[in-house]
Ligand binder design. Structure first.
Ligand code: MN
Ligand code: MN
Length: 309
């Protein structure tokens, strides 16, 4: 059993899983005894990437302190998005591209944060800095993470550095970037086979805001009306999740990956903060969010601001 576990956030997306895999490979090359793990199985999008590059999914764990004393975090830092027993282990390093909040350590650590589109872009730079070669398969999963996080470069979180590095990784991985990218994103939009409970929890994160607990979930689709046909059962699932987990407010961001707009579905209170944050009026608990595709950059910051008022 490895001495150090490496993992991304709860409800792992493609970056959380692939950054853990890529960082694990780098750490092993640097002589560390590490293992990439995840808090749940890969999504269909992530599984598409793993299958394409013939990589195994990280082992699924529920807690970490029962196995190791030391951990490395990728693609997150906030404790409520991490291992439930994160306070019981020593965090050796963080590589991340999110806001830093609800995070503290007893000891000094390596912390690499950059405001760019994807953790895997930062990890590419770490490979360069350590002069470690990136194998074809690892390049493939890192590329997949960049495509996923930036919605094939259409998200406002995407930087020229993400694009340039994705092109380099596509060359190493021997794939056509656009063709593979679209196929990967489409693999993540098959929502019909999922129960409403699963759907609202697929890519969901919790944020403390102004004394309230806010849950924000996001699903990608090429057909928003089709998702909204299930509005009532989605709202029921969101309400049940609020009651079970103590969330005050639950936002589901339904993102059309082709036109880069989103539709918002809201349950819980205070809803007026949502209207204030996005300058919208909810109509039957829904609203259009034109040009919004990034939870990190276009949903969390305005909502946080509204709650601070
Ligand atoms: Mn992520
Ligand atoms: Mn990420």
């Amino acid at each position: 059993m490895a001495e150090i576990l490496i993992f991304g956030h709860q409800n792992p997306d493609t970056d959380a899983i692939c950054a853990a895999i890529a960082f694990d490979h780098l750490q092993k090359a640097l002589g560390n005894d590490t293992e990439a793990v995840a808090f749940s199985k890969p999504s269909e999008e992530t599984q598409y990437a793993l299958d394409h590059f013939q990589m195994k999914a990280p082992r699924v764990v529920q807690t970490v302190a029962n196995e190791v004393e030391e951990v490395m975090l990728v693609d997150h830092n906030e404790f409520q998005q991490s291992a439930p027993d994160i306070r019981e282990v020593k965090i050796l390093s963080v590589v991340d591209h999110h806001r830093i909040a609800n995070f503290e350590t007893a000891d000094p650590l390596y912390y690499r944060a950059e405001p760019i589109g994807c953790t895997s872009t930062i990890i590419y730079k770490l490979y360069q800095e350590h002069q470690i070669e990136i194998p074809e398969k690892i390049a493939g999963v890192m590329l997949s993470a960049i495509i996923s996080d930036t919605l094939l470069f259409k998200s406002p979180t995407c930087t020229p550095e993400d694009v340039a590095i994705a092109k380099k990784l596509a060359a190493i991985a021997k794939v056509d970037l656009n063709e593979y990218g679209l196929a990967l994103l489409k693999a993540g939009t098959n929502l019909n086979n999922k129960s409403p409970e699963v759907l609202v929890d697929l890519d969901a994160k919790t944020f403390p805001m102004g004394g309230f607990t806010v849950r924000i979930a996001q699903v990608n689709t090429v057909d928003v009306p089709e998702v909204l046909e299930r509005k009532a059962e989605l709202q029921d699932a969101m309400t049940a999740s609020c009651e079970k987990n103590g969330y005050d407010l639950f936002l589901l961001v339904i993102t059309n990956i082709l036109d880069s707009d989103s539709t918002l579905l809201v349950v819980g209170e205070p809803k007026e903060k949502v209207e204030e944050a996005f300058q919208i009026t909810l109509d039957n608990d829904t609203a259009e969010l034109k040009g919004v595709v990034s939870r990190k950059k276009q949903v969390v910051p305005p909502l946080t601001t509204a709650f601070e008022k």
